[in-house]
Design a binder for this molecule. Structure first.
Ligand SMILES: Cc1cc2nc3c(=O)[nH]c(=O)nc-3n(C[C@H](O)[C@H](O)[C@H](O)COP(=O)(O)O)c2cc1C
Length: 343
C-alpha cells in the first residue's frame, strides 16, 4: 500500500483520483474508482438546458445509494458556466443536511474560474467548519497556485498542458509545473494531473511532491466509464500527437484532432479568446454547443473529443479496479527498484 498525505487526508486506500470530465456524466466511473479504493469525482454536467444543481444532486444521491466510500465533485467556477451561483450556494446546503452525503462527499474541486467563489459561499463555509470536507482548486501555473493559497484552499490539483480537456493559456507541462509548485509550496497537499496512465508515472509524481494522481483519459478507456464506445475506441490506437490545443468554452482545450477540432484553432491568450467569442455568429454558436451532444451520441468526427497526450500510453479498455491495482503494483515495484539502487 502507498500511504501519502492525500490518502490520509481523505481516508482512502490508494492515491488515485478520477479527474472531473464535464459536461459528460461520470457517475458510474466515479463509483467504480471509489469502490476500488481511489477517489471518484462527479463532473459538472453543464449541457445546455439541464439544471446543474439538480444533475449534481442526483449524482450525489446515486453515489451514496451505491457506495459507503468517499467521493468528490467538481464545480466549474467560470462566470460563463450556467448555474455556477446556484451550485456554490445550494449544493453545500443539500450535502450538509444529509448525514450520509456530508460524510462521503468530502472532496470539493473547483476549476476553470476563481478559487474564491466556493469558499466565499456562506453555506460552504458552514459545511467546511462543521464537517471534514476539503476544497481543492486546479492550478495550471505557479501564480495561479498562489491565488489558490490566498483563497485558503486545502490543496491544489497541479495540471499540466499534456492533459485532456480544459487547459490554461500557460502551457506548462506537468513535469515542470510539479517541480515549480513543490518548490514554492512544499507543504501544500498536491494532486498531480495531466499525462498520467502508469504506475511508473505515479511513482514519479510522488517523488515530485504530489500525494496522489488524477487521471482522465486513462479512465475514459475503462469498462465502467459512460463515454460512447466510439470515443473509447479512439484511445488504444491513439498517439500523443493525435491531440492538440484548440478553442473551448472556457479558453484552450486539448482535443483529439478531428474535423471539429481543426475548425477551432487555439486562442493564444485571453484577448484572442474574447475576440473569437465576439466574432462567432448565432448559427455557429448553436453548432458549437451541439459538439458535446454529438460526441455523446458517438459522432467522433464533428463532435468535440476531449483527450490528453496520455492516450499514447493506453493500450486497452480495462476494468477500473484492474487499472488501479496495476498502477499501484507498478508504482510500488518502481519505488522499491529505485530505493535498492542507492548504495
Ligand atoms: C472528456 C474530458 C472532459 C473534461 N472536463 C473537465 C471539467 O469539466 N472540469 C475540469 O476541471 N477538467 C476537465 N477536464 C480535464 C481533466 O479533469 C484532467 O485535467 C485531464 O483529463 C487530465 O489529463 P489526462 O486526460 O491525461 O489524464 C476534462 C478532460 C476530459 C478528457
Amino acid at each position: 500500500m502507498l500511504e501519502t498525505n492525500i490518502t490520509k487526508l481523505f481516508g482512502i486506500k490508494h492515491p488515485i483520483f478520477s479527474a472531473p470530465m464535464g459536461p459528460f456524466f461520470t457517475r458510474d466511473l466515479a463509483l467504480a474508482v471509489s469502490e476500488a479504493g481511489g477517489l471518484g469525482v462527479l463532473s459538472n454536467v453543464n449541457i445546455v438546458g439541464t439544471d446543474p444543481v439538480k444533475e449534481h444532486m442526483q449524482s450525489i444521491e446515486y453515489m451514496v445509494e451505491h457506495t459507503d466510500k468517499p467521493f468528490g465533485l467538481n464545480i466549474l467556477t467560470s462566470r460563463n458556466n450556467p448555474g455556477v451561483v446556484e451550485m456554490v450556494r445550494d449544493l453545500p446546503k443539500i450535502v450538509m443536511n444529509n448525514p450520509k452525503m456530508r460524510e462521503q462527499c468530502i472532496y470539493w474541486l473547483t476549476s476553470a474560474g476563481s478559487s474564491r467563489y466556493l469558499p466565499e459561499s456562506k453555506n460552504f463555509k458552514e459545511l467546511r467548519e462543521k464537517f471534514e470536507v476539503k476544497h481543492f482548486h486546479v492550478a495550471p501555473a505557479v501564480w495561479l497556485a498562489q491565488k489558490c493559497v490566498d483563497s485558503g484552499v486545502d490543496g491544489i490539483v497541479v495540471t499540466g498542458t499534456e492533459g485532456g480537456g480544459h487547459q490554461s493559456y500557460e502551457k506548462v507541462t506537468t513535469l515542470v509545473l510539479l517541480q515549480q509548485i513543490s518548490k514554492h509550496f512544499p507543504n501544500l497537499p498536491k494532486i498531480a494531473c495531466g499525462g498520467f496512465a502508469t504506475g511508473e508515472a505515479l511513482a514519479a509524481a510522488l517523488s515530485l511532491g504530489a500525494g496522489a494522481i488524477a487521471m482522465g483519459s486513462r479512465f475514459i478507456a475503462s469498462k465502467q466509464s459512460e463515454f460512447h464506445p466510439k470515443y473509447k475506441a479512439l484511445i488504444p490506437p491513439g498517439k500523443p500527437q493525435d491531440t492538440d490545443l484548440y478553442t473551448g468554452a472556457f479558453g484552450p482545450i486539448r482535443l483529439y484532432k478531428n474535423k471539429y477540432a481543426l475548425e477551432h484553432p487555439a486562442p493564444t491568450n485571453k484577448e484572442a479568446m474574447i475576440a473569437y467569442e465576439q466574432s462567432i455568429t448565432p448559427e455557429q454558436r448553436e453548432k458549437d454547443l451541439g459538439a458535446y451532444d454529438r460526441v455523446y451520441n458517438g459522432d467522433t468526427e464533428t463532435g468535440a473529443v476531449l483527450l490528453g497526450q496520455s492516450i499514447g500510453i493506453i493500450d486497452n479498455i480495462d476494468d477500473v479496479a484492474e487499472i488501479i491495482e496495476k498502477i499501484i503494483k507498478d508504482a510500488e515495484k518502481t519505488i522499491r527498484k529505485n530505493y535498492s539502487s542507492i548504495k
